[in-house]
Design a protein around this ligand. Structure first.
Ligand SMILES: [Zn+2]
Length: 136
């Protein structure tokens, strides 16, 4: 037993995370073959995005191996996180979801973003994806 207590914000975040897995599965029939880092990072990202947008603007998601904050990095410019080589910004959550379609690996997702969208920070995508994939 541990003494973790969850706030309503935590329950919201956890629920959003799980619903995102469900929606991803619906979006793409290759879901079962997707890299774990792809599935968990996407769910972590939507969890971060929706929890902040829908009532808890101070919500901070945690990261660990596979559960990266790349969605956050792709969307915002985050001057505090230059350790993550986050020079990327300006993608929308809708673009990130669209680029997931057909993506089985971490690189597939990145390559779809390059292929589908013009973004001035695109030249830094490789650094960002590599930095997150290297988290132990
Ligand atoms: Zn998950």
């Amino acid at each position: 037993m541990n003494n973790t207590t969850y706030s309503s914000m935590d329950y919201f975040a956890i629920t959003t995370h799980e619903l995102t897995h469900y929606a991803h599965h619906d979006l793409d029939t290759i879901y079962s073959y997707c890299d774990k880092i792809l599935k968990e990072s996407w769910a972590r990202g939507v969890e971060w995005y929706l929890t902040r947008s829908l009532g808890y603007p101070s919500y901070q998601a945690n990261y660990s191996k596979y559960y990266t904050l790349i969605v956050q990095d792709l969307i915002d410019y985050d001057e505090l996180n230059n350790i993550r080589h986050d020079k990327v910004s300006g993608y929308t959550i809708t673009q990130l979801e669209y680029a997931l379609k057909g993506a089985r690996t971490w690189d597939d997702w990145k390559n779809n973003l390059k292929k589908y969208y013009n973004n001035a920070t695109e030249i830094y995508l490789d650094d960002l994806f590599n930095a997150w994939a290297a988290i132990k």
